[in-house]
Design a protein around this ligand. Structure first.
Ligand SMILES: Nc1nc2c(c(=O)[nH]1)N[C@H]1C(S)=C(S)[C@@H](COP(=O)(O)O)O[C@H]1N2
Ligand SMILES: [Mo]
Length: 421
């Protein structure tokens, strides 16, 4: 066997063994009784199969879910048409100009009219000095399941903003993408200028993004250039970017405001399952895997709780704060990242990764995702509900009591499980 593959397989086997040993020990401590020996758990073939089946940490560009609008959707246009409307790398032009409704004072706007609009070659010249990369989970505020996890590369939007030499009356940055030249189809978003100029704490900058997982951004992902806002839900990350308006209007004008959405709501921490058997035999251990979305509040733990449906739930505890939650295992950084990276390596430097070793500086990585697993002890016959939740880096159980769905989907997932001979 090829030596590299052999070493990879050995590492994988070691990792899996360690995982089962840890999982076994935690199970014993939490249970008090011992239905299964750690040795036996180690051999649970179904959890092994579920772990082998887990999605990769990064998502291939073409495997991202797509929720974009437009009739026709801009990425479905023929190459010829995309050339005509500036949606290829050799025809793209970005205007960064004063908002006609409330113009910021700019010394040198980037406009098509003056021949100063930014083209792709110009963006690449800026990239030589300013390019940044960061991991981010792309997810829609209204959908629970993430659309995909990627390493996004681009030039900080502020680099281009400063080129316009703004002088005054600049409070907000509005931006929109190509919309079939039909104003009704325009999809737009906005940010306070401060978020563009500075990065709070250790957040990466807002970027003009042209690469995903080391490859040019495809038309479907919003290429040639889209905005990516690290800590925001997907609707702030406008695809097929064509224009930026620098405005003195102080409020948002986002398309998503029309859907009753909470526009300033950052990415939430929560978890969900990926594989759970719906029917199991009495006494048979139950293998569970899942993912956790790591929002701005970080992720310390994933917890699970199996409840017998015949038992009453405590009244007035809608978020199950008093339930006997047990820790699941957050899986360590994977040996292989997936996502079709060139050479299978994280391009360096990338935010959150060590620039020398290419390993994550800490784990899990904020604004991204982690996978988790648990081998739950076998149960007597009955109808049960499995729930999972997260504990954020500050120790708060997530999701918090938060009935506002329009602030970003984050729920305690419930899965019915039947235990029957
Ligand atoms: N121009 C444009 N940009 C857009 C959209 C759109 O419809 N048009 N949809 C937004 C929404 S609501 C989301 S959730 C993300 C999804 O990004 P993805 O298609 O790369 O997964 O793109 C955003 N950017
Ligand atoms: Mo969305």
């Amino acid at each position: 066997m090829n030596a590299a593959i052999e070493s990879l397989l050995n590492q994988h086997a070691m990792l899996t063994r360690r995982y089962f040993l840890r999982c076994g020990a935690a199970g014993v401590a939490a249970l008090g009784t011992l239905p299964l020996l750690a040795e036996e758990r180690k051999r649970d073939a179904r959890l092994q199969a579920a772990l082998d089946d887990l999605e990769t940490w990064l998502t291939k560009q073409d495997d991202f879910q797509d929720v974009s609008r437009g009739n026709p959707k801009p990425h479905s246009l023929s190459e010829e048409k995309r050339k005509q409307v500036g949606l290829t790398r050799d025809t793209w032009r970005l205007e960064v100009i004063a908002d006609p409704k409330a113009p910021a004072k700019l010394r040198s706007p980037l406009s098509k009219k003056d021949g100063t609009a930014l083209d792709f070659a110009g963006l690449m010249r800026l990239a030589k000095e300013h390019a940044v990369r960061f991991p981010k989970l792309m997810t829609c505020l209204n959908i629970g399941c993430p659309l995909g996890n990627g390493i996004w590369e681009g030039v900080p939007l502020r680099t281009v903003l400063w080129m316009t030499q703004p002088r005054d009356k600049l409070r907000r940055v509005f931006y929109h993408g190509y919309h079939n030249d039909d104003p009704k189809q325009m999809f737009r978003s906005s940010l306070p200028v401060g978020r563009v100029l500075e990065d709070p704490f250790d957040l990466p900058p807002v970027i003009l993004c042209y690469k995903l997982n080391g490859h040019w951004l495809t038309p479907e992902r919003g290429g040639p250039v889209r905005i990516v806002v690290p800590e925001a839900y997907g609707f702030k990350s406008i695809k097929w970017l064509t224009r930026v308006f620098l405005s003195n209007i102080s409020a948002a004008n986002d398309t998503y405001a029309n859907g009753n959405n909470d526009l300033d709501s950052p990415l939430k921490t929560f978890c969900a399952t990926l594989s759970v058997p719906r029917k199991v035999k009495p006494g048979e251990p139950i293998p569970v895997t899942g993912y956790a979305q790591v929002g701005i509040s970080g992720l310390k733990k994933v917890q699970v709780w199996m409840h017998n449906d015949e038992d009453d739930l405590p009244a007035g505890d809608r978020y199950h704060t008093k339930a006997p939650w047990r820790d699941a295992e957050i899986l360590p950084p994977p040996k292989s990242w997936g996502g079709d990276l060139p050479d299978g390596r994280i391009p360096l430097p990338t935010h959150s990764f060590d620039p020398k070793t290419g390993r994550p500086k800490s784990w899990p990585i904020r604004l991204s995702r982690a996978h988790w697993a648990a081998l739950l002890p076998g149960l007597p016959p009955g109808q049960y509900t499995l729930r999972c939740r997260t504990i954020d880096a500050k120790g708060a159980a997530q999701p918090l009591p938060r009935p506002f769905r329009k602030s970003g989907r984050a729920a305690i997932e419930q899965i019915p499980i039947t235990v029957k001979a």
